[in-house]
Design a protein around this ligand. Sequence first.
Ligand code: ATP
Length: 338
Amino acid sequence: MTTIQRVGLLTSGGDAPGMNAAIRAVVLASTHYKIEVIGFKHGYNGLINQDFFKLNPQQVHGLINQGGTILKSARCKDFHHKNGLKQAANTLIKENIDALIVIGGDGSFNGLLALQQHWSGQVIGIPGTIDNDIDGTDHTIGFATAVNTAIDAIDKIRDTADAFERVFIVELMGRHSGQITFNVGIACAAEQVLSFENFNTTDKLARLNEIAKDIEQAQKTRQSSYIIVIAENLWPGGAHQLAIDLKQHSQTDCTACILGYIQRGGSPVAKDRIIATKMGVAAVQMLIENKSNIMIAEQNNALTTIALTTAVKHQKQVSNSLIAAQKNILAMSAQSGV
Ligand code: ATP
């Protein structure tokens, strides 16, 4: 057990629904253990620019259902350089911060690891990103809400697609991970799921042939809508370019729709509020147990911790069973002509 008196807290990288719920949990748990919480604003910029304020329980009242983050989030280029890291370390030393909790994605955790070359306080990561791409945790805060938001949007798109018997290409977020795309694709009964895990764009013409053939086949057997979900950063030029390419290649008319930032916002769903609360409390408890250099994780519905170095080593892969499930249900659907 250590005696921590002041803990720094910040949110970094893309904002994710549930970050506020995690802030609330860290503040309430810290207050319980008589630890002061200093919130740094705009990700790592707050450390460099000495932009911070004291967080107390009154400020986190009514926060659990709010999207975004009251600490603001940002990318911070200076953190990639020694000078920026040194400035951040100086702020932490000057403000007598004993430990730092960072809510963010794997990039943010790389930042934490880099900071440790200049500062010796305890560091803990809480996985907060809609992408769910962090190795070692089944879920990241924000993923469940992003998936639900995308499902809700595509269900609406489906109504128009059905009414007009149209083909829609819907681009989903996820950076370079297909977690959102596969989960949303299955949940929306998308006719095609195009993502890094099942689709290689090196031979563009061959891929266009495959997609066009499938659309044509489907439209022969049933006059209905056809929805392709595609991961961002997969097709060169994105969903709009894929629609143009399909038109040029095979006269296939498609409407492209980029869901974009709506996936990052909104009130967190139950799953995100609950894991954010559990992880926020666990982070403070781990500090008290003198733990450092770890990320709070959830595996098989139980909280655990893993080394930060392990969490950032590899991007979490989409599970093979999910990829197989999507493939199988599509094949079954095609067989039955629906
Ligand atoms: P998301 O993927 O959801 O946007 P993320 O945390 O992975 O979240 P990044 O933009 O990759 O987002 O990283 C956030 C910030 O972490 C960066 O802007 C930078 O300040 C810091 N960071 C990332 N990688 C490093 C690194 N190698 N060294 C120092 N700082 C880093």
